[in-house]
Design a protein around this ligand. Sequence first.
Ligand code: C5P
Length: 235
Amino acid sequence: MNRSPIIALDFPAPDDALGFLDKMPSGLWVKVGMELYLQNGPDIVGRVKDRGHQVFLDLKLHDIPNTVGRAMEGLARVGADMVNVHAAGGREMMERALDGLEAGTPSGRKRPVLIAVTQLTSTGEEQMNLEQGITGSLMDSVVRYARLADEAGLDGVVCSVHEASAIRDACGEEFLKVTPGIRLAEGDTHDQKRIATPADAARAGSTHIVVGRAITQAADPAAAYETVKRQWEED
Ligand code: C5P
């Protein structure tokens, strides 16, 4: 996959999402999340792809290996270009997810990229220790999950910019580090706590950035996208 910024298409209704895309250049990477997908069904993927974009379908699957494998087979048929699971589902679940994607990919097409969520960026260390019963640091847990995803054959992980360089050391340059929480230096932080600029992310070893409101809520989204892209590619 190319290294274009991935735009988080966080809109409640397809018309809002597609109306936004109509103001943007073609050939983008966009992230369709649960909100849009669960309320509108698989059609939204085709409608975005028909406009010439690639789709990261961010459904974060986490279930028994058989169920996730079969769900992934279906998502490959739906035409997603990138999908994800929770690494906490375990090695076998991730392996079966990959098998499902391979089985569902129509001949002549590329298997969707598969990445794993490590620890959600909304999870704090104390919460992880107390609620998940995982002792030690958040960083250790994230790197452990990244190694597990790598061993299971996945293409990469979702992580914060803060963890990207440790994952690069553990899993290598080629292993994808897809990082949300991106803001332009002069922009609003919204509800994200651990934020980074596109240039920070590039320096830290992120291979891809996910950017939502800094683009979708900008007065001129196409101009904001170009600014993000320039800052991301410059470093
Ligand atoms: O608007 P903003 O740039 O904060 O959007 C970030 C996107 O990335 C949202 O769709 C959010 O759900 C997603 N995300 C995140 N943190 C994660 C995983 C996904 O912000 N750890």
